[in-house]
Design a protein around this ligand. Structure first.
Ligand code: 3HC
Length: 490
């Protein structure tokens, strides 16, 4: 018989749990919030108050609606109060032993027809289910931060989940105004499996000094249209949670890109966990970073590389004098791959920078080991005059944006190739779970499979790390001249 969901228990009222409780209460369900002690319970109540206050202040809720939502939520420190719940969702810290102990207790307390759900971001739902006497009634129900805003819910069914139960939970997610994607039980499911390696790689990039924190954040926001840069997002998710997810991914895959960046471990150990502790990569009260010192612009500029004529015309239009590269004070080499080879052919190698335009707002400006700091700062100033945000970076394969984007797109192809998720589910997950303007397969179509394949080859050639090797399917599609992965599934 199909389940009816009217009373829902939420265990753990941290940021995610409180957000999930709000989502259920907003949809008209009765919510029982459970925390370990009265202090944690009060903090949970505080999260809920703050979130609904925010909606009230923005005119998204009336005072009456807010009161009605809060009146649907009761708070308790006793699991026994969940005896009559139709669904219990767990949102406690990502520690398997805690989860298993909790599910053993829920198994004892809850009625036979209950659905037990975990909001785990990466741990095995199957292992959690196995601690109960009713693994058939256990699913994953994975929300995204901030839960009241992000539209995706990943519904995770295991090999032991009862037939039809995942679909019932997916219907419940629709009732909450969310879009469900039903997937199997793999570390990181769809969205975290694609998101966290990218965030981790950004941390490695920062650690290696390829580019700075704010520059990487700006490049991904303004260049790709992501709602947040990787460091702002790591701070939102929580560095401890991010670290844990990477650990779990690494344990399952042994892929070096999943091994948490050392800087994450250090920040977590220091208690700098992101927004929840007030400081992570960013600090709550941090002033805007000062603009770098920029020299007056160059009196003569040389432009090399593909698109040099068009970019040269743009510079002339802005009043710059174009001259031969050998004589220029500043040489701009339009490129998406390292430019030091071009620099060493010039009489003044220190005057050359690489330039890669990302969209119509971002200019990655790559300094080689020979580029003089003065020339780099002249180049940044020039980009500003052209109305572009300059992203200074080292002269490394694919610079910043493509180096972060292409492995993510490759992961999506691998995920599809393995049969884990459909093209549509992967695209939906990234758009609705992480606010991406387009899913990875939409992005692949726009950028072109060959461009991405070649970029991955360049990354592989530079770092010799197998994780950058193009997915076999991607390679084959390019070789066969098939323009889109979608052409396969139609
Ligand atoms: N709680 C409740 N509502 C919130 C909120 C919060 N913490 N933060 C923002 N909102 C609401 C605002 O009230 C506003 O709603 P309104 O339009 O009805 O007034 C709306 O969200 C937009 O907020 P803002 O205009 O203040 O801010 P932005 O436009 O900058 O959007 C954002 C904020 C929605 C967080 C956006 O930056 C975003 O989509 N970021 C990406 C978040 C993301 O990737 N989340 C997934 C992380 S991975 C994860 O959670 C999985 C886990 O397992 C790790």
């Amino acid at each position: 018989m199909a389940s009816t969901f009217e009373t829902v228990g939420v265990v753990g009222l941290g940021t995610m749990g409180a957000g999930i409780a709000e989502v259920f209460a907003r949809a008209g369900l009765t919510v029982i919030g459970v925390e370990a002690d009265s202090g944690a319970l009060e903090r949970g109540r505080g999260h809920l108050e703050a979130s609904t206050d925010r909606a009230l202040a923005r005119g998204r809720l009336t005072g009456d609606q807010k009161a009605e939502i809060l009146s649907r939520v009761t708070f308790t420190t006793s699991l026994e109060d969940l005896a009559e719940a139709d669904l219990v969702i767990e949102a406690i810290p990502e520690v398997m032993d805690f989860k298993r102990a909790l599910f053993t207790d829920l198994d004892r307390v809850c009625k036979p027809s209950v659905v037990l759900a975990t909001n785990t971001s990466s741990l095995s739902v199957t292992a959690i289910a196995a601690t109960t006497t009713r693994p058939g009634r256990v699913v994953g129900m994975h929300f995204f931060n901030p839960a009241p805003v992000m539209k995706l819910v990943e519904v995770v069914r295991t090999v032991t989940t009862d037939e039809g139960l995942a679909d019932e939970v997916a219907d419940l997610a629709r009732r909450l105004g969310k879009t469900p994607v039903v997937v199997g039980d793999r570390a990181g499911f769809v969205a975290n499996r694609l998101l966290l390696p990218y965030l981790n790689q950004a941390a490695v990039m920062l650690e290696n000094g390829v580019a700075g924190r704010d520059d990487i954040d700006a490049a991904m926001r303004l260049g790709v249209g992501l709602p947040m840069g990787p460091f702002a997002l790591l701070d939102l998710i929580g560095l401890d949670t991010s670290y844990e997810i990477c650990e779990v991914l690494f344990r399952e895959t042994r892929d070096r890109r999943h091994a948490p960046a050392p800087i994450l471990r250090e920040l977590v150990t220091a208690g700098l966990l992101g927004r929840k502790s007030g400081q992570g990569f960013h600090c709550a009260e941090e002033p805007e970073s000062p603009s770098p010192d920029e020299k007056p612009s160059a009196s003569s500029v040389g432009v090399l590389g593909e698109g040099a004529e068009e970019f040269g015309a743009r510079l002339s239009g802005a009043g710059f004098k174009l001259v031969d590269a050998d004589d220029a004070e500043l040489v701009i080499a339009l490129s998406r791959t390292p430019v030091v080879e071009l620099a060493v052919r010039l009489p003044h190698p220190g005057r050359l920078v690489g330039l890669h335009l990302v969209g119509d707002r971002v200019a990655e400006v790559a300094s080689t080991v020979l580029t003089s700091p003065e020339v780099a700062s002249v180049a940044h100033g020039l980009m500003r005059i052209l109305g572009l945000t300059a992203v200074p970076c080292k002269d490394r394969a694919e610079f910043v944006v493509d180096a972060l984007l292409y492995p993510y797109l490759n992961d999506a192809v691998r995920m599809y190739e393995s049969g884990y998720a459909s093209i549509e589910d992967v695209d939906t997950a990234m758009r609705l779970g992480c606010g991406y303007p387009e899913g990875p397969f939409e992005m692949l179509d726009r950028l072109g499979l060959e461009t991405v394949r070649d970029g991955l080859r360049a990354l592989y050639a530079e770092y010799r790390d197998p994780c950058f090797a193009p997915a076999p399917l991607l390679d084959q599609l390019v070789t066969a001249g098939v323009p889109s992965i979608r052409d396969l599934s139609s």
